[in-house]
Design a protein around this ligand. Structure first.
Ligand SMILES: C[S@@+](CC[C@H](N)C(=O)[O-])C[C@H]1O[C@@H](n2cnc3c(N)ncnc32)[C@H](O)[C@@H]1O
Length: 268
């Protein structure tokens, strides 16, 4: 059932040649055109699920998943306990997700990824490592944020190595854009942290420009740009690949400014 809904929402999972290309191509840039599809930060990739990943999606997603999240979630109910909610977007194979969750047991992690094999891998790891403070959403983070979370619901957002979309004509697909950041700011509680990392310096510079221009965010870098890698961020799979290619990593750490009537939740 989930797969039918997923395909309807995102396109084919196991793509025959040409189908993914057709699906991923924006059809019209005019929002009033019925063929219009918004520019996405991801492509629907082909690739089969292993039997283990398939089992995880069938058996473990009901246990660790958020469900459709088409209305704001009751997070305490979802996790079965109170805890500071942190959203990780685009976790890839989920290795750093379960490691962070194990190292920060007081937090409740919401983890969102569009790639089903990666979701399957994380679910298997959660079961094996007996980590229970992660709930997983298979789908687009933009829709999840818009529909599945109340404003001010999050204590933190972590986005590690979002696809850099190197080519200029693809820059519009980059996740970090002013509109998206405004949405993130709305979902953060005052004092909540926004932590980004990338191994592509031109993208880091773009991120800095967008975050500096966003209303309600303050940069926690003492030098006004990057920070040292915070202790809570493990090295990710994508980062390790970048290092092998000689790329430099940049971490950006911003805080949602506390409203006049609220105390900041976080200090460094
Ligand atoms: C370059 S990978 C990085 C994965 C992981 N964070 C790491 O560092 O190894 C970016 C990931 O973001 C996911 N992604 C891109 N856009 C997304 C979106 N709108 N919602 C959820 N996941 C997304 C992709 O499927 C991909 O797995």
């Amino acid at each position: 059932m989930w797969i039918k809904r997923y395909i309807l929402a995102h396109g084919p999972r196991d793509c025959t040649p040409g189908v993914a290309e057709r699906y991923n191509r924006p059809m019209s840039s005019d929002p009033s055109d019925p063929r219009h599809r918004p520019v996405r930060s991801f492509v629907v990739r082909g690739g089969r699920l292993t039997p283990g990943q398939q089992r995880a999606l069938d058996d473990l997603l009901p246990r660790f998943g958020t469900g459709d999240a088409d209305a704001p979630l009751d997070l305490e109910h979802l996790f079965g306990r109170a805890g500071k909610p942190v959203l990780e977007i685009g976790f890839g194979n989920g290795e750093s997700t379960w490691r962070m969750a194990r190292a920060e047991p007081e937090r409740n992690f919401l983890a969102v990824e569009v790639h089903p094999p990666g979701v399957g891998r994380l679910l298997l790891a959660l079961e094996k490592q007996e980590v229970d403070n992660v709930r997983v959403h298979l789908g687009d983070a933009v829709t999840f944020l818009e529909n599945g979370l109340a404003d001010g619901a999050l204590d933190g957002v972590r986005i590690y190595f979002p696809d850099p979309w190197h080519k200029k004509r693809h820059h519009k697909r980059r996740l970090i854009q002013p509109e998206f950041v405004a949405l993130l700011v709305r979902k953060l509680a005052p004092g909540g942290l926004l932590h980004l990392a990338t191994d592509w310096v031109p993208y880091a510079e773009h991120m800095l420009e967008v975050l500096d221009g966003a209303e309600g965010l303050e940069n926690l870098s003492p030098t006004g740009d990057w920070v040292e890698r915070p202790s809570w961020r493990p090295e990710t799979k994508y980062e390790a690949r970048g290092e092998r290619l000689g790329h430099e990593t940049r971490d950006l750490l911003f805080r949602r400014a506390a409203g006049a009537d609220r105390e900041p939740v976080h200090t460094l």
